[in-house]
Write a protein that binds this ligand. Structure first.
Ligand code: MN
Length: 227
């Protein structure tokens, strides 16, 4: 069995499918683990959903997924969901046929997945307090350390002392792909390489220590303008 990590898909279904092909994904032998933020913002969240279900992928909850979960919860209760930007209306409309099952699925997505060989989170962990000392909002949104909105600041992982064989995260498209190695093997992998902003979709095959990337088919900044 192989474990294939996939970075933040953000509704980029064609790139997701291309990445699986490039990684040689085989449903009989491989499992998929996603860094979260799979649906929001991009062109085809419904096709991403179908691919996720078809492959029985698992995912940690991202900040966009947490918001989508709140919105789907509101809709399920007959309330109007809180929508901040037009791209969120688009995502909700596209996902209309699967709102109910997606709500149930998102509810069971954890904030982290920890196994002997790796730790998977969406944004990161508290660099000093570690996994157990990380709060929900930090799992979902941490980027810089100390926490600030300044994208030029050092990242949480610049202060992280490796405590897991491999820590995989997403969320930080501005920071780009991060690969930190020890003894020739990655111990820290940031897989959000900004597919939705015209960058790449990144994945990693654990057993082969192999990074897999496909080019984005999105035009830079189209989806940023809607957000
Ligand atoms: Mn995110």
């Amino acid at each position: 069995m192989r474990t294939i990590f996939v970075g933040d898909v953000h509704g980029c279904a064609a790139e997701f499918a291309a990445l699986l092909a490039r990684a040689g994904y085989d449903s009989a032998q491989d499992r998929l683990l996603l860094t979260g933020d799979a649906f929001s913002r991009g062109p085809d969240p419904l096709a991403v959903w179908r691919l996720l279900r078809e492959t029985e992928a698992a995912m940690v909850l991202g900040n966009h997924d947490a918001r989508l979960l709140n919105q789907l919860n509101a809709l399920a209760k007959g309330r109007k969901p809180k929508v901040q930007y037009p791209d969120q209306d688009y995502t909700l409309n596209q996902l209309q046929p699967v709102h109910e099952e997606m709500l149930a699925w998102l509810r069971q997505c954890p904030l982290y997945i920890a196994e002997d060989a790796f730790l998977l989170v969406h944004a990161g962990i508290h660099p000093k307090r570690g996994l157990q000392g990380t709060r929900r909002n930090q799992f979902l949104k941490i980027r810089t350390w100390p926490p600030t909105n300044d994208l030029a600041s050092p990242r949480w992982h610049d202060f992280y002392e490796p405590a897991h064989p491999l820590l995989v995260f997403g969320h930080d498209a501005p920071g780009g792909l991060v690969v930190k190695k020890r003894d020739g093997r990655p111990y820290l992998l940031g897989l959000d390489s900004g597919c939705i902003y015209g960058g790449q979709l990144s994945g990693y095959v654990l057993e082969e220590a192999r990074l897999v990337q496909v080019e984005s088919q999105q035009e830079a900044d189209v989806w940023r303008r809607l957000a």
